[in-house]
Design a binder for this molecule. Structure first.
Ligand SMILES: Cc1cc2nc3c(=O)[nH]c(=O)nc-3n(C[C@H](O)[C@H](O)[C@H](O)COP(=O)(O)OP(=O)(O)OC[C@H]3O[C@@H](n4cnc5c(N)ncnc54)[C@H](O)[C@@H]3O)c2cc1C
Length: 380
């Protein structure tokens, strides 16, 4: 009853084997320690770089894997399959590095991309602010030009890799009086710039090994050559890259759904209540049959869009459909599967409980479900 997948080639499956082994060896045993520390080891990034797991889509001339989106997708699936949420390799490699690759000058690319691929430089992207998230036009962080420098002031919040990032793509208003999309630009800020400060590690409901933090910019001076792309083109750049970010979240959700279903099947077939297994109740069979049907629907849809994206045809609305449907379906299904575990479903040592808290955010970050609905509705 598995969905036959035709999107991947042999080289993708070889990459999957490398990724799976790396995750089992280098990530799974450290998950608890990282959760305690609130972040992963820095050395992990270098190890991932050495194994070719960072920036798999980046051309080899910049130190990348020279692959395509299929390689990025495979890694995201394997992370989801293992339930490992601490290392944000996908965000670094397939969400943020592409901004530099697509918009950067040759000098910026030569300077940063090889370090991103080796794991020496960890990336973050800072869009969200305390006062604005969904409505990106409400960004208040300013970058005011003074001679050949920008002076940046403002604060950002909920930034993934906030504590570990060496280089941050900051969404700034370069036209402080402007309110439209042309007021926004993307500026690279190195974490050792004077006036840049990281706030506390935010205390999240889930994904405890993921370092999410506030960032503060107090008269941070960067050369104008740190701007990514043209002045006023920041919003356009975000709109161009966000579909891929959303689609990666959808891909992870599809795999999580299948994995959680398998964990639940294993559990209910083993657990005995009233002299029979939990699986023996018709209620359990019906609930899990529903979830199986949903998992197949999500997988089929996501694989269709994966093929479209590999042909560079995935639209903003289609990425929104993929993210909305897969994450909402996952959320409802996890809740049902927690119930089938009874009290054990509430204990974090069980994968279903981990998924219950770790996956909730997939309906919020990368644009909330409501924002996805807005995007879809615009085309109806
Ligand atoms: C763990 C985590 C990691 C994150 N990582 C990053 C990161 O690395 N970089 C970054 O920049 N941001 C990051 N974010 C921020 C994330 O993208 C935002 O939280 C998200 O976009 C929502 O913005 P908000 O929190 O300000 O909510 P708000 O925009 O205040 O939304 C509040 C509610 O209003 C609803 N709403 C908003 N607009 C509409 C509308 N038009 N119609 C109907 N309802 C609407 C929302 O759906 C939501 O339910 C992260 C967030 C979390 C939780």
């Amino acid at each position: 009853m598995e969905v036959q997948r035709s999107v991947y080639r042999e080289d993708h499956e070889m990459f999957r084997t490398t990724a799976r082994r790396f995750i089992e060896r280098e990530c799974v045993p450290h998950t608890d320690a990282w959760a305690q520390a609130g972040k992963v080891d820095r050395e992990l990034w270098r190890k991932a770089g050495r194994e070719g797991l960072l920036c798999p889509m980046l051309p080899t001339e910049y130190g990348g894997g020279g692959g395509d989106f299929g390689h990025a997708a495979v890694l995201s699936e394997e992370m989801a399959r293992a339930g490992v949420t601490g290392p944000t390799f996908g965000m670094h490699s397939d969400i943020i590095a592409p901004y530099i690759q697509r918009l950067g000058t040759e000098e910026q690319k030569q300077k940063w991309l090889p370090r991103c691929a080796s794991g020496e430089t960890i990336l973050a992207i800072a869009m969200t602010e305390p006062g604005t998230g969904s409505d990106l036009k409400g960004v208040r962080t300013t970058a005011v030009r003074e001679g050949d420098e920008y002076v940046i002031n403002g604060s950002k919040t909920f930034i993934s890799n906030g504590l570990m990032a060496d280089l941050i793509v900051v969404v700034c208003k370069t036209d402080p009086k402007g309110s439209g999309s042309k007021a926004m630009s993307l500026i690279l800020v190195e974490a050792d710039r004077a006036g840049f400060r990281r706030g506390r590690k935010l205390n999240k409901v889930g994904q405890p090994a993921q370092d999410t933090a506030e960032l503060f910019f107090d008269n941070v001076r960067v050369p104008v050559s740190n701007r990514l792309g043209g002045e006023g083109e920041g919003m356009y750049a975000l709109m161009h890259e966000l579909p891929q970010e959303r689609f990666l979240i959808a891909l992870g959700a599809a795999t999580q759904l299948e994995t959680c279903l398998q964990h639940t099947l294993d559990y209910v077939k083993d657990r005995r209540v009233f002299g029979q297994t939990v699986w023996d109740f018709q209620n359990t069979k019906f609930k899990l049959a529903d979830i199986k049907a949903q998992a197949v629907a999500v997988r089929t849809m996501v694989d269709y869009y994966l093929g479209e994206h590999m042909r560079r045809r995935l639209t903003l609305e289609e990425a929104a459909i993929a993210k909305l449907f897969s994450t909402e379906t996952l959320g409802r299904a996890i809740d049902e599967m927690v119930q089938l575990h009874g009290g054990y479903g509430y204990m974090l040592e069980y994968p279903i409980a981990r998924a219950f808290v770790d996956m909730r955010v997939t309906r919020i970050y990368g644009g909330t479900s409501e924002v996805q609905r807005e995007l879809i509705a615009r085309k109806l």
